[in-house]
Design a protein around this ligand. Structure first.
Ligand SMILES: Cc1cc2nc3c(=O)[nH]c(=O)nc-3n(C[C@H](O)[C@H](O)[C@H](O)COP(=O)(O)OP(=O)(O)OC[C@H]3O[C@@H](n4cnc5c(N)ncnc54)[C@H](O)[C@@H]3O)c2cc1C
Length: 466
């Protein structure tokens, strides 16, 4: 596809639509929009547009569609697969100024909001009226709801409550030709033809721009028990996860953290130091939530009995809110701490929960074969293991030539274990070369047909997913 290079004439048109306050042209101001949290990749956009209304999004898209200008939608840029990178140049359409919570409907347990609302801000706003929006990516302090929808994001609490996909009732979207439409209805049930809402969720900004989101809310569970459980073997920690669910206990979070993950966090931020005994190889961070503390304590006792079979070193309860906050902060900072340590590649592997031990052993075997060090952590209750491959002492040639082969073998293992290559971070640009591990030519044809239907000129986030 030959895209059009942006000229002053195009800029004049964009300015007439959004005003000069909402266009960024200076190199140093555009620079941050050329990267996200994916490795060290950077692609400079020709211009950044920050619309404030759906109408502006519509006019910009319609114009770009006619003039064959690539458009990359963007939220906060916390994505880990390069989805928000303008790899073909053109326009970055940053939705961060469309950041209003329009309505919290306490009668229907719903909220309507714009895509630039930060996940944590939504959580806090609904909590203030006794309600809960469960999807909580570890990046919740900065990631935006439009990005969450585009990636079908999960988070620690997905294990009990589900992912973003389970909480979106309806979306307002703008198609590349500028048409504005609702994908569904604000109802808990929907059986009215193809489900466009679910097609847009997880579509990574390649089909339409999300301009309004209606989410489902549930009552807030005010009580919780949080425990940190160290193990001498990472495999035993993973096996314990299976036993917990087999015993009929559904924790509200069940996170796995390798020893090195917590060491890196403590180096990155000494205030987040968690004491590690010399023989600790991995931790589970387990949360139970509910309305009654006595019931939670009973459940915690049952859980502790259940995991004894896997020889935990100890069970450390977080007694105060400050201790809970420290543990959660440490968990949420692992990604940043790893990035701070070394160049790295993060793989978002996911397998059926009981296959986690085999997946972890496979990662370490590949590390031994290809000479890489990995730091693994993630949403163990979902079977979702984030495998961080560090560049560390690898040569540039090993990094460029051998690691992609190792990653392909890792993904083949995921497939063999009935899992897949991304559970929540999406495909974007960095996982695209591996899509053939999971997808057949028939899948690719269906994907391409869907893309053509929504975006026949291929202007919206081109070069992503397929
Ligand atoms: C430290 C850290 C921890 C993380 N933890 C988690 C986690 O626990 N769970 C998890 O799922 N993810 C996690 N992530 C990944 C990331 O935060 C999520 O993918 C998040 O949803 C991205 O939101 P964003 O606003 O930053 O989107 P961006 O990175 O800006 O964009 C992501 C994708 O969404 C598209 N997009 C953005 N807005 C729109 C819109 N309005 N319309 C259409 N397309 C749009 C973009 O084109 C891009 O393809 C983590 C990331 C970091 C850095």
């Amino acid at each position: 596809m030959n895209y059009t290079t942006i000229t002053t004439e195009h800029i004049t048109y964009f300015t007439s639509i959004v005003s000069e306050l909402n266009i960024i042209l200076k190199e140093e101001q555009k620079h941050p929009y050329g990267k996200d949290h994916t490795e060290d990749l950077h692609y400079m956009p020709a211009c950044v547009i920050t619309p404030t209304t759906t109408q502006q999004v519509s006019l910009v898209l319609a114009y770009c569609n006619i003039h064959l200008i690539p458009v990359t939608p963007r939220g906060a840029g916390t994505g880990l697969s390069g989805g928000a990178l303008p790899i073909m140049g053109g326009v970055v359409l940053s939705l961060h100024k469309m950041n209003k919570i329009i309505n919290i409907d306490e009668d229907n347990l719903q909220a309507t909001l714009q895509p630039g609302v930060i996940n944590y801000d939504l959580q806090q706003a609904v909590k203030a009226v006794g309600l809960f929006y469960p999807p909580d990516p570890a990046s919740w302090g900065s990631c935006m709801m439009g990005g969450n929808v585009a990636h079908a994001s999960g988070g620690p609490r997905a294990v009990k409550y589900g992912t973003t996909r389970d909480y979106i009732l309806n979306l307002e979207i703008v198609l590349p030709n500028g048409d504005i439409l609702n994908t569904g209805a604000n109802t808990l049930k929907y059986s009215t033809g193809y489900n466009l809402t679910h097609l847009i969720i997880g579509s990574e900004g390649t089909l339409a721009v999300v301009t309004k989101i209606v989410v489902k809310l549930i009552p807030y569970n005010p009580k919780n028990v949080l425990m940190l459980v160290p193990f001498t073997s990472a495999t035993d920690a993973c096996k314990a996860v299976t036993s917990i669910f087999k015993a009929g206990i559904i924790p509200s979070a069940c996170e796995f953290m390798e020893r090195d993950a917590l060491i890196l966090v403590a180096q990155y931020d000494p205030l987040l130091h968690v004491v590690l005994t010399p023989d600790t190889q991995a931790h589970l961070l387990i949360e139970l939530d509910g309305h009654h503390m006595d019931l939670l304590q009973q459940q915690a006792e049952q859980l502790v009995k259940t995991i004894q079979a896997h020889s935990p070193i100890d069970v450390l309860y977080a007694d105060t809110e400050a201790q809970k906050e420290l543990l959660w902060k440490a968990r949420r900072k692992i990604g940043e701490a790893v990035k701070h340590q070394s160049a790295y590649k993060e793989e978002d592997t996911v397998v059926p929960r009981a296959a986690m031990p085999e997946l972890l052993q496979g990662v370490k075997a590949l590390g031994a074969k290809y000479g890489f060090k990995s730091v693994c952590y993630g949403h163990a209750g979902d079977g979702n293991l984030h495998v961080n491959i560090l560049k560390d002492n690898l040569t540039d040639s090993q990094w460029t030539n051998d690691i992609p082969i190792a990653i392909r073998q890792l993904f083949e293992l995921c497939k063999q274990l009935n899992g897949t290559i991304s559970g929540e971070h999406g495909i974007g640009v960095v996982q695209k070369p591996y899509m053939d591990v999971m997808m057949t030519p028939t899948h690719f044809n269906i994907f391409a047909g869907i893309k053509r239907t929504f975006d026949p000129n291929n202007i919206l986030n081109p070069g992503k997913i397929i």
